[in-house]
Design a protein around this ligand. Structure first.
Ligand SMILES: Cc1cc2nc3c(=O)[nH]c(=O)nc-3n(C[C@H](O)[C@H](O)[C@H](O)COP(=O)(O)O)c2cc1C
Length: 113
């Protein structure tokens, strides 16, 4: 979905409401967390972090390394890896062993259905 400056009004209401609930975590859904939104004052994850104090899951084109650094920098608490996991069902093992990763492509989704 395309960004819309009115999203800010929705999030400003919704996120504090979510914080009142007993949720295990809040997960951002964005394909590239490097994207910046002027109406959010920067990255979506930074904006959510600033108004949500509970467990936040970051996602969006992170590698194990950049995700690990983002957690060290307290950008969020946990990291979700999406497309690289689809392309590499043995993702964790490959990363731990320093093996090369298979690049994700949308055609891979057909084999999941
Ligand atoms: C096939 C597919 C389905 C997805 N479905 C959802 C979804 O239902 N809800 C959601 O928040 N994000 C969904 N996403 C987006 C992911 O949560 C994530 O933001 C995105 O894949 C970027 O992370 P990645 O670079 O690690 O893949 C989906 C992504 C893919 C590839």
């Amino acid at each position: 979905m395309a960004g819309d400056s009115r999203d800010r009004d929705v999030f400003d209401y919704l996120v504090p409401e979510l914080e009142k609930r007993d949720l295990a975590f809040l997960h951002i859904g964005i394909f590239d967390d490097a994207m910046e939104f002027d109406y959010l004052g920067g990255r979506a994850s930074s904006y959510v972090r600033s108004i949500y104090s509970k467990t936040l899951v970051g996602v969006g084109s992170f590698t194990a390394e950049t995700g690990s650094k983002a957690i060290s920098d307290d950008k969020f608490d946990l990291l979700a890896i999406g497309r690289p996991f689809i392309a590499n069902p043995d993702y964790v093992e490959r990363v731990c062993d320093g093996k090369e990763l298979v690049e994700y492509s949308d055609e891979m989704l057909t084999s999941l259905i």
